[in-house]
Design a protein around this ligand. Structure first.
Ligand code: OMP
Length: 213
């Protein structure tokens, strides 16, 4: 695990973005942990988050022309990550986001920011079953652009519809890599190193036995 990954997990637990307990997911699964990126809800938290995404993008080697932050949660993620790419890596990356409701006056349309063209890097919080990300692919397709890859904060490393992970299905269906700041395996490594988290580790291991890949 890299330093930024360990720091990210610590920071997510500190902010209660990463919590342990019993949670019902969008997919209907009952999970012993939940990652709520909406709780990175202050200037400092967003700044640190952007740096972690920027580091993960650099690490992935994905080549792209524009970053797309899908509404709503992807919008601040794209903004803070583009700032971090500029300040930490000297890269001035254009970004664009969609509106959920198309605007009929003013500039019109449902895309705001840079043109959605060329190779697109999607930024999002979590992929569990892959439903949300598939909707984003339609936006890219309609614009005539090409998906270059996706970067997320946490890879939950669980099954999609079949035996592959949801992320592997997305990678296969859209022929693009999905990178993440951390995966569930990193979270487990962190909890094991930290100690005193046996109950949480046990619950996550049981969940993995059922839904993990
Ligand atoms: P899928 O559409 O099934 O891939 O689920 C992704 C969405 O689930 C995310 O965009 C979140 O809205 C939500 N989610 C989390 O935010 N954190 C989690 O740990 C798990 C989920 C989830 O419901 O699966």
């Amino acid at each position: 695990m890299q330093d930024y990954q360990r720091e990210f997990i610590e920071f997510a637990i500190e902010k209660e973005v990463l919590r342990f307990g019993e949670f019902t997911l969008k997919s209907g699964r009952t999970s012993p942990y939940f990652f709520n990126a909406g709780l990175f809800n202050s200037g400092e938290a967003l700044a640190r988050l952007g740096k972690c995404y920027a580091a993960a993008i650099q690490q992935s080697g994905i080549e792209y022309d524009v970053m797309l932050g899908p509404a709503y949660k992807g919008i601040p993620l794209a903004a803070t990550t583009c700032v971090a790419l500029a300040t930490d890596f000297g890269q001035d990356v254009p970004y664009v986001f969609n509106r959920k409701e198309a605007k009929t006056h003013g500039e019109g349309g449902n895309l705001v920011g840079a043109p959605l063209e060329g190779r697109v890097l999607i930024i999002d919080d979590v992929i569990t079953a892959g439903t949300a990300i598939r909707e984003v692919m339609d936006i890219i397709e309609k614009a005539g652009a090409t998906p270059a890859g996706t970067v997320i904060a946490l890879n939950r490393q669980e099954k999609g519809k079949g035996e592959l992970s949801a992320i592997q299905e997305v990678e296969r269906d859209y022929n693009m890599p999905v990178a993440s700041i951390v995966g569930l395996n990193d979270v487990l490594t962190y909890l094991t190193e930290k100690g005193g988290m046996d109950a949480q580790i046990e619950a996550i291991s049981a969940y993995r036995a059922q839904y993990g890949i």
